[in-house]
Every structure is written in C-alpha cells, then in structure tokens.
Write a protein that binds this ligand. Structure first.
Ligand code: URA
Length: 216
C-alpha cells in the first residue's frame, strides 16, 4: 500500500494485485449483479486487512495442545463500522466476515440530484461511542458531500478515531474530504480521473448502489 500523494500520507491506495484485479472485473459494464456483489464482498475483506492494520491488540494467556503461551487478540467489539446507506451495505458484509465482533452504525443519506448535497434520513449508532474506533464505509467517494456529512455526524458522538474506507474515489472527492476533515485518513482501492457534471466518477464503475442491488 502506498500514499496517493507523497505529501499526503493520510490517503492510502490499496494497490495489492488481488484488489486491483477484482476492481477491474467490477468496473466492466457487463459484470452481472451477482458477480458485482460477490466481488465487492471479496474486495471488502481484502481492504479490511489494510484498514485494520494498526488496530490495538491485547495479550491473553492461552494453552496450545503442547504448552501455555502469551498470544495476541484484537477487541473487535471496540470497532464500529458505519455504513452510509444504501451502497455502504455492500462493503459492510465483507468486513463483518473478517471482523465479526464489530459493531455497526448506519447513516441514511441521499444525494439531492439537483444540488448534489447530502440529505440525512436515518442515523443510528451503537452506544458508548467514546470508547470505539470508527470506520465509515461507502463504495464511492465522489463529490465528498455524503462522506463529509456522515463524518460530521459521527464526530458529534466523540469516537476515539475515525477512518474512511471506499472502493473508488477521484481527486475532487479527496480534496473535499481532506479539506473539511483533515484528521480522517482515507483508504481506497483507486483514485480515478475526475467527476462528471452529474457527480459520477470517471471512468468509475457506474452507480454502485444500482449495481449492488440490481436496481438499474
Ligand atoms: N456514486 C456512485 O454510485 N457512483 C459514482 O460514480 C459516484 C457516486
């Protein structure tokens, strides 16, 4: 994994060959709903490895069949995965496969098609957020408006830390999120060329929600 911009170590591009291969398969317009969903699930598991790399570990005493030892475990329950509805759900499932103890929060936001601004319709977080590390997930960081709004709401619950994980982004989305939440690191599988006038990423992969749920 390498920072997207050498001067911005807070932007992490997960350029592992397996991640890049699966992303290419997802981008293809003829990928079926079922293969798109399966690939996103697999990719989310792979990206989970990178985004949780610095998770705190605890020592526990265990017994192997041969002897006692001190070993390491994570406290998955301290992690909160916050899904931006509806497309965030596609990332959530894969991440929960590898961190099954994680708690889950949901933020319902839709993009006003005229202003491209995020409008909130749902917000539900686990309790005791002050003790938890948060990863906000959404497949596409496009205009950045939804991510900015979601992170603002999560910050109001005072978690220990916040990261943002997406599949795909573009320079415009990164610039907006970095400007408004410079303390939040971004993890992505790719940074595409640009946004179009409708707020879609180019070359991108189309509407992630429609492709996950087959609602096109
Ligand atoms: N949301 C999507 O689903 N796709 C884009 O390209 C941009 C935002």
């Amino acid at each position: 994994m390498k920072p997207a911009n050498p001067t911005d170590p807070q932007v992490h591009v997960i350029n592992h060959p397996l991640v890049q291969h699966k992303l290419t398969l997802m981008r293809r317009k003829d990928a079926s709903t079922s293969s798109f969903r399966t690939l996103l699930n697999e990719l989310s598991m792979l990206m989970a490895y990178e985004v949780t790399r610095d998770m705190p570990m605890q020592e526990v005493e265990i017994e192997t069949p041969l002897e006692k030892m001190t070993a390491h475990v994570i406290d998955g329950k301290k992690l909160v995965l916050v899904s931006i509805l509806r497309a965030g759900t596609g990332i959530l499932d894969g991440m929960l496969t590898v961190v099954p103890g994680a708690r889950v929060g949901h933020i319902g936001l839709y993009r006003d098609p005229k202003t491209l601004q995020a409008v909130e319709y749902y917000f539900k977080m686990p309790k005791d957020m002050q003790e938890r590390d948060v990863i906000v997930v959404d497949p596409m960081l496009a205009t950045g408006n939804s991510a900015v709004a979601a992170i603002e709401r999560v910050k109001a619950t005072h978690p220990k830390s916040i990261k943002f994980l997406c599949l795909l982004t573009c320079p415009e989305g990164i610039a907006t999120l970095r400007r408004l939440h410079p303390d939040v690191p971004i993890y992505t599988a790719a940074i595409d060329r640009q946004l179009n006038s409708h707020g879609y990423i180019l070359p991108g992969l189309g509407d992630a929600g429609d492709r996950i749920f087959g609602t096109q």
